[in-house]
Write a protein that binds this ligand. Sequence first.
Ligand code: AMP
Ligand code: MG
Length: 340
Amino acid sequence: MKRENAGGFYCLGIESTADDFSVGVATFGGKILANVINAYMPEEGGIHPREAARHHAEVAGKVLEEAFTKTGIKPESLSIIAFSQGPGLGPCLRTGATVARALSSYLNVPLVGVNHCVAHIEIGKMKTRAGDPITLYVSGGNTIVSAFDSGRYRVFGETLDIALGNCLDVFAREAGLRQKVGMPFGAVVEKLAAKGKKLVPLPYTVKGMNTSFSGLLTATVNLLKKREHTLEDLSYSLQETAFSMVTEVTERALAHTEKKEVLLTGGVAANKRLQSMIRAIAEEHNVRFCVVPSEFAIDNGAMIAWTGVLAYKYAMVTPIDKSFVKLKWRLEEVEIPWIK
Ligand code: AMP
Ligand code: MG
């Protein structure tokens, strides 16, 4: 390929599934040259899809420019453009896809649509050198326990309602807490939880291999309003309960599959208490514990760029007329030819 011979193979990845707009650049060999993230943080309330999309459109140029400055490469040196094709919020996904299509057409390079959940797993594996793990992927929009089998990442368990990160975020907002750049709601709750002393009984809901957080959230918010417990104790109890639920399911998947690694990935993977719980089951089962570095835990363009490289190596390109966004694109629908 012409561009490969001209001094390097670079894939630019665009992430825009929800609140973050991010651009990353990866080399063919898996070196991450840039990972610029710009988060939309509403003054009040949760993520409004159209407002988030407006944010993405506003910052896209600036984020792209910063990524190019960081890498020192020119747009003309790019070999492929990868983008988050789903799952996610429609308006946000469409904004990222539009930027990706424009770049791909202008530079005349292939477009690769990437599944956001696959990307969280792949960046975790690449950064920790995990080969074939049970993965606990926990973020603002997803809660999935999965493992590779027969050509795809199979879902062993997932949330039946809201995601674990969303549960923490809504609780934090109800408590009147504030987030800022570098300190998302989950991290604010984590800090408070570290000062909690009393474990308040809360609904613990595991159904088969699936989890449910909405009842837990409602119960915790109701207790918050009654002011019978400190915010620290409630943060602590919410974390202990919710994290125990996902740990239980992950342990069961581990025992069943007898995989030799456990990987923790997604925004909530940055939480030290959750890390210690998953590390504990890994030790008990004598398997390796892997956790994605925090820069690559939250939604980021680097993971899209890297997964774009993996897909492109197997000729998985996305023609423009097939590049429509897929709001409910499930993890197990994606063929993974790069794992033998
Ligand atoms: P993502 O959806 O992958 O971008 O991840 C964002 C989610 O991760 C949000 O729900 C955050 O509140 C959550 N999060 C980020 N840092 C932490 C942390 N230290 N502890 C718990 N949750 C966190
Ligand atoms: Mg996010």
